[in-house]
Write a new protein. Structure first.
Length: 44
């Protein structure tokens, strides 16, 4: 995962607060674990 993709995921999650990590993952074609790591700053 690139830093740019992590930032896009964080922005999308902030704009779609009611979206689950699974939904966000489907949107970006990554697994929910990657979404969690991006949101919580584990991935840059």
């Amino acid at each position: 995962m690139t830093p740019a993709l992590s930032e896009q995921i964080r922005q999308y999650a902030a704009e779609h607060e009611d979206a689950s990590q699974a939904e966000i993952g489907r949107h970006f074609r990554v697994n929910p674990g990657c979404v969690s790591e991006a949101i919580h700053g584990k991935r840059s």
